[in-house]
Design a binder for this molecule. Structure first.
Ligand SMILES: [Zn+2]
Ligand SMILES: [Zn+2]
Length: 65
């Protein structure tokens, strides 16, 4: 019997391990972030899934002018 172990990644912001499917890479700052730091709320997560654009919470806050 084989069970593939869950490989955790480390969030570059809060340093907590997370499952790769829940977080991701920010397009703008190129950091690997957990779901909370990358998407923030569930709505942004849906938007990312729909648009295919993943921008983390921090980058969204400091919008470029
Ligand atoms: Zn995090
Ligand atoms: Zn970012």
């Amino acid at each position: 019997m084989k069970r593939s172990p869950t490989v955790y990644m480390q969030c570059e912001r809060c340093r907590l391990p997370f499952e790769p499917i829940k977080g991701g890479l920010c397009e703008r700052c190129d950091r690997i972030l957990c779901s909370a730091d990358l998407h923030g709320d569930i709505l942004s997560r849906w938007r990312a899934a729909l648009t295919g654009r993943v921008i983390c919470v921090e980058c969204r806050q400091k919008r470029e002018t």
